[in-house]
Ligand binder design. Sequence first.
Ligand code: AMP
Length: 210
Amino acid sequence: MKLVLIGAPAAGKGTQARKLIAKYGLAYISTGDMLREEVAKGSELGLKVKDIMSSGSLVSDDLIIAIVKERIKADDCKRGFILDGFPRTVVQAEKLDELIGSIDKAIYINCPDEVLLERITARETCPKCGASYNRISVPSKVPGICDVCGEHLTQRKDDTVEAGKARLATFHEQSEPLVAYYKKQGNLFEVDGMSGVENVTNAIFAELGD
Ligand code: AMP
């Protein structure tokens, strides 16, 4: 199964991706996580994308397509994969179709901007195991501490009000056209991101079946 998750920042893509991986045994591909790793390593690629990422803009289509093209060749992708944060432009979606034929389903988690901005600034991530939390919608059991591994949680550099607003604008301008793109293909499933984490998961599972 080849799935794409579409949604503005903090719509709940990462949270739902984890549930989908657990149920369907798919590889998880988050282009944002891959780029953040490069930034943390201080690699040439990391240095190139660091400022673009913290401003809330997108890195170039060519660069991100090259990264995904390599990643989907890996063994763990043979059983299928979930793409989180890619494609983010129609050019990327067209290129993906060229690379893999076509996806099975694009899951669009729809949420209003006001809620998203509030969620963005309340988001926390575990630097050790990658688990993500939200002080409002998905809080850790002990504030500031990862439920899974006990590490102190951190905030992403682009999870500020200013960068958050820029990322929402970027989503509407460049990524929202993907909804129409996949609708036309007959592969779109839209779910209400305000209905609660469990209801969103159940709706997606019902759509994808066993
Ligand atoms: P994310 O973790 O998915 O919110 O991604 C964080 C940042 O990485 C984005 O704001 C972009 O700057 C960059 N990025 C991630 N995926 C892509 C993509 N598919 N195309 C362009 N830029 C991306």
